[in-house]
Design a protein. Structure first.
Length: 746
């Protein structure tokens, strides 16, 4: 049985041994970084658990698993995993909907398995297709829920927990009751701690304190909350917070007090499966987005394998569900702190996980002194960053097609649940996507030729299923008695349904509507991704080519693109055209007047790269030599390319008249060839006319090279110095291939 590549790589023993050795290569950097990440993660683990409506111990458990287990299994050198604000709202609503933390844990185990499967089937690429507006709407919706859920803790408001946290039922009435009872329910001590904490968090980066990288503001807020509350107890007892206003994690006397185990009896309930899929999808998307952001700020420029990360996260979430934790993702806040603290390997992540474990085992009595108001202040700032006014403004400036799906996602996440909000926002995004694709799969124009007027429909580089309706509607809207040219020369991929539509129209149009249809450049079938080769050279790199050998190699490479029909349309604005023409050309190309094909496309060059000259049958005389000299000496071309072509009608016409013994002004084009030893002894009457024409064109090219050196002192000297190169190429019209010579040498 063939092993699945991702899973095979994941369990590769050699890879684990290599990872193990590399982890201990930079202890001087990773140990301090791990301590800093621990100081940031401790209050966040407690805060996210609070925002999730879960036992505070569950936040610490998931932080430990995210640090130690996922930290070891992941291939990322910088990502730090743990409980995250991005899934806090999902957990919050899931616990409320299932009405049981143990049932939620069972759903989390399922979610972990789903993530592992997503990693095995290489679903990591799917996050790239999630619209930005939906992702930002998801984060903003979660931010709004964080703010709403933490406001009561910031003022010490005591209320029935189910009413406080249920946003999917009787939302407006709950909000009204909160406002109505606000002034009669807040606790002064909580308000004081919250205000001071918010002040520190908001203004920290605007003071010299920001230079103390080893002291995170979240930790300062927590320490300040503990100290203030102890001062309240001594000097102002009526401000003192106790009981439900403080963190309350059980002292670890036995494994039973440390862990909470899942209830698997709910697997027959559809709500459990819905919760599992929701957590798996949201946690996976959040993780993939976070590792992409983390990789972008990694000072060592490492890339995290997304599918392996999904498997690692899935294992972590399964274990978290089994032991009483909450949902885990990669977290950008902790990851960025780790990078800024100088972490070099994933050992810093593992160290932070072990420190969280030690704090639970030995510091639970100290942790229980932390006021919930301090944690709530931290989460208010996190929530506002996710749903800030600037986020709404930026989406609004991007247009209604971005803003409406974003707003709709936020509204329905807050009023219903995360999955419903994402689905509704995505549906609107798909509507805008379909509408934009309806108008953008082709370019259409009327072209007047000498013979007649033709409607030209040029298809884009990729024509997908989404373009089917617009192309079909356009084709059947072509006026009767017209001439239509469908140009697919620039199309790398076309959906089979669109191919069928074009073929059907071509068959029926003439009979039904007297429309003459000519299709060029279209294949019978296309494979997704076929012959797509990304262009790796920048404009600056191309223009920097001053060596004739490099320029010739560049033109050789470009010619293969034309042969494979993998072209790219270049419709340029006038300002772009001027920019191209202000730069020196790469080469001057001499072609026969018979060549009608576009030279830039045939060599896949940009506009302005080539100077194109013409001469019948590539015969050069005094004027031709002068033109070549000006192109190189004055305009800067470094290569002279003589470019011949098969099925040359000019040369064939000259041969026909010669064989008929008729005098013609075309005879000068072939007389040197026919007088040479190459042709004088051949029976021209018996030879193929096309092959004979090809041979004469080859002869003329070789003679042109020799004449250019013999008659031009400039080229003779430039060739010796290596400043200028001379070469030739022959274009075969039968298969679009081009055969190049080597650089000319006397």
């Amino acid at each position: 049985m063939k092993k699945i590549p991702v899973l095979k790589d994941f369990v590769n023993r050699q890879q684990f041994q290599d990872d193990y050795r590399s982890m201990f290569s930079r202890l001087d950097k990773d140990i301090p970084a791990g301590i800093v990440v621990f100081l940031v993660a401790l209050p966040l683990c407690l805060g996210i658990a609070l925002a999730s409506g879960a036992p505070l111990m569950s936040g610490l458990i998931s932080g430990i698993i995210g640090g130690v287990i996922i930290g070891y299994l992941s291939k990322s050198g910088t990502s730090v995993s743990g409980p995250a604000a991005s899934v806090a709202a999902v957990v919050l609503l899931a616990i409320e909907d299932l009405n049981s933390f143990q049932l939620f844990l069972g759903a989390l185990v399922l979610a972990g398995f789903i993530q592992v499967i997503l990693g095995i089937v290489k679903a990591g690429i799917l996050a790239d297709y999630m619209p930005t507006s939906i992702i930002k709407g998801l984060l903003a919706g979660i931010g709004v829920i964080l703010i709403l859920s933490q406001l009561p803790y910031t003022i010490g408001y005591e209320i029935d927990k189910s009413k406080l946290l249920n946003y999917s039922e009787d939302y407006l009435n709950n909000t009204y009751n909160l406002i109505l009872n606000f002034f009669n329910a807040f606790t002064i001590g909580a308000v004081v701690i919250s205000v001071l904490s918010l002040g520190i968090l908001i203004y920290w980066d605007k003071t010299p304190l920001k230079n103390f990288k080893l002291i995170p503001p979240a930790l300062v807020v927590v320490i300040l909350g503990v100290l203030l509350n102890q001062l309240f107890k001594i000097f102002m007892p009526f401000f003192y917070l106790d009981g439900i206003h403080l963190v309350n994690i059980p002292k670890v006397d036995s494994i039973r007090t440390f862990f909470t185990f899942p209830d698997f009896s709910g697997y027959s309930d559809p709500k459990v499966w819905t919760t599992a899929f929701t957590i798996a999808i949201i946690a996976s998307i959040s993780t993939l987005l976070n590792i992409e952001a983390t990789d972008n700020i990694d000072k060592l420029n490492r890339r995290t394998p997304p599918n392996r990360e999904l498997i690692a996260q899935g294992i972590g979430n399964t274990l978290s569900g089994l032991l009483g934790g909450i949902a885990i993702t990669s977290v950008i806040v902790r990851s960025s702190v780790s990078i800024e603290a100088g972490a070099q390997t994933k050992l810093s992540t593992i160290i932070h996980g072990f420190l969280l474990l030690l704090s639970v085992l030995f510091l639970s009595s100290i942790i229980n002194l932390i006021p919930l108001a301090s944690l709530a202040a931290i989460l208010l700032v996190v929530g506002y960053k996710l749903a800030s006014i600037s986020v709404f403004k930026s989406l609004y400036k991007r247009g209604w097609n971005q803003f409406l799906p974003f707003v709709l996602t936020v509204i329905f996440i807050v009023l219903t649940d995360v999955l419903t909000g994402v689905l509704i926002g995505s549906a609107l995004s798909i509507f805008y996507l379909l509408r934009s694709n309806y108008y953008n799969p082709f370019y259409i124009e009327n072209i007047k030729y000498v013979q007649d007027e033709v409607i030209k429909l040029e298809l884009s580089n990729e024509v997908s299923f989404f373009n089917k309706a617009s192309i079909k509607n356009t084709l059947w809207s072509v006026p009767d008695n017209s001439k239509l040219l469908i140009d697919a020369s620039f199309t790398s991929y076309m959906d089979p349904d669109v191919v069928d539509i074009i073929k059907e129209f071509q068959t029926r149009a003439l009979v039904d509507h007297n429309i003459e249809v000519n299709v060029i450049g279209m294949k019978d079938s296309y494979l997704l991704g076929e012959e797509i080769d990304f262009y790796k050279k920048t404009k600056a790199e191309i223009k920097a080519k001053t060596n004739p050998k490099e320029i010739l190699a560049y033109l050789k490479e470009g010619s293969t693109t034309y042969a494979s029909r993998n072209l790219m349309s270049r419709k340029m604005q006038s300002k772009d055209l001027v920019e191209h023409l202000n730069e020196s050309p790469l080469a001057v190309v001499l072609t026969c007047v018979d060549l009608r094909e576009p030279l830039n496309m045939m060599l896949n060059t940009a506009i302005g790269d080539l100077v194109s000259l013409r001469s019948a049958a590539l015969i050069i005389e005094k004027q031709s030599i002068l033109n070549l000299e000006i192109s190189c000496r004055d305009q800067g071309a470094k290569l002279v390319l003589f470019y011949g072509n098969s099925h040359n009608t000019v040369v064939k016409e000259a041969i026909i008249e010669y064989l008929k013994n008729e005098s013609s002004n075309l005879s000068i084009l072939i007389e040197d060839a026919l007088k040479s030893e190459t042709f004088s002894s051949r029976d021209l009457q018996s030879e193929s006319l096309d092959q004979l024409a090809n041979d004469i064109v080859d002869f003329n090219i070789e003679k042109a090279k020799s004449d250019l050196i013999a008659k031009s002192p400039y080229f003779k000297e430039a060739l010796k110095k290596g400043d200028i190169g001379i070469a030739s190429a022959f274009f075969n019209r039968d298969d679009n291939s081009v055969v190049f010579s080597e650089l000319y040498s006397e």
